[in-house]
Design a protein around this ligand. Structure first.
Ligand SMILES: Nc1ncnc2c1ncn2[C@@H]1O[C@H](COP(=O)(O)OP(=O)(O)OP(=O)(O)O)[C@@H](O)[C@H]1O
Ligand SMILES: Cc1ncc(CO)c(N)n1
Length: 277
């Protein structure tokens, strides 16, 4: 007997051998949010809790071909970017997304997570990549989801409090995305963790407690991919953003130590209990 087809979402992202961030975090999040995950791999990183030790980038034509192959044959309801590795890959992704109907003004919503560095501070693309991101991807984004370091790189604004998060959201929206979601994880002095969504008119606060755990590796990817899963399931942007915040809050609350430094956030909390023997 065949089953109903679940919604599908595509992640265009790098592999994290530590399984905390990158495409592994995105696929795990998609599955636990009821969405079939499609993947276009951009790079393979040699990564653990100590840092990114090496990497190899996938040829840009192969990244584009992965996007086109799954879009043509399988269909998708939302797409997201993570680590894009180089300006060349960004050009190829922009062209492939245009062909596949993924984008701000296209049928399939496009979540651009402007991943610039790993949480250990290792760059995941260079200066040319940053310009390509600003010029080619932000104008195509249905929503862009920067952390505060990425806000500074993209706008020059140093966010020190919630008011400045709003100012940064306005400056980012001027770069072309339909919506902006500024993530607040790095505002460590704030006792709460309130992300801000801006659509050009209204600011929507996404409140949540700040959990006192050091283990937050993959939080950004979990937030953006849960939001993507929400869009794939047909939610409006504000609803999908709230869903993403709810998902990542739980993921941070249930994060666990693993390795010498920062451990991963968890998606285990969403798995159904196993039947008792
Ligand atoms: N200590 C925390 N407690 C609760 N929520 C958190 C905490 N840290 C981060 N978050 C949430 O996790 C998401 C990611 O936020 P953050 O600003 O840390 O992004 P990031 O730097 O891209 O993440 P990453 O750690 O994956 O690099 C946001 O929705 C934020 O509100
Ligand atoms: C592959 C990869 N993508 C994204 C991040 C950022 O969380 C990371 N550390 N590694």
């Amino acid at each position: 007997m065949s089953q109903a087809r679940p919604p599908a979402a595509l992640t265009i992202a790098g592999s994290d051998s530590g399984g905390a961030a990158g495409l592994q975090a995105d696929l795990r999040t998609f599955v636990t949010c009821g969405v079939h995950g499609l993947v276009a791999v951009t790079a393979v990183t040699v990564q653990n809790t100590l840092g990114v030790h090496d990497r190899t980038d996938i040829p840009a034509n192969i990244v584009a071909a992965q996007i086109e192959a799954v879009a043509d044959d399988m269909g998708l309801q939302a797409a997201k970017t993570g680590m894009l590795a180089s300006a060349e890959i960004i050009h190829a992704v922009a062209r492939a997304c245009d062909k596949a109907g993924i984008g701000r003004d296209a049928e399939v919503p496009f979540v651009v997570d402007p991943v610039a560095a790993s949480m250990h501070g290792h760059p995941l693309f260079d200066e040319a990549g940053l310009s390509a991101l600003r010029e080619e991807l932000l104008p195509r984004a249905t929503v862009v989801t920067p952390n505060l370091d990425e806000v500074r790189l993209l706008t020059g604004i140093d966010v020190t409090d919630r008011d400045r998060m709003r100012e940064a959201a306005v400056a980012l929206r001027d770069l072309g995305p339909r919506h902006v979601l500024v993530k607040s994880g790095h505002l460590v002095e704030d006792p709460e963790c309130v992300d801000v969504l801006y659509d050009g008119t209204t600011f929507t606060e996404l409140p949540g407690p700040r959990f006192a755990t050091p283990h937050t590796h993959g939080a950004g990817d979990a937030m953006a991919s849960a939001l993507t899963a929400g869009l794939a399931r047909g939610m409006e942007m504000a609803e999908a953003a709230k869903f993403g915040k709810w998902f990542v809050s739980n993921a941070v609350e249930h994060s666990y130590p693993m390795g010498a430094k920062v451990g991963p956030v968890s998606a285990f909390w969403r798995l159904a209990p196993e039947p008792s023997p």
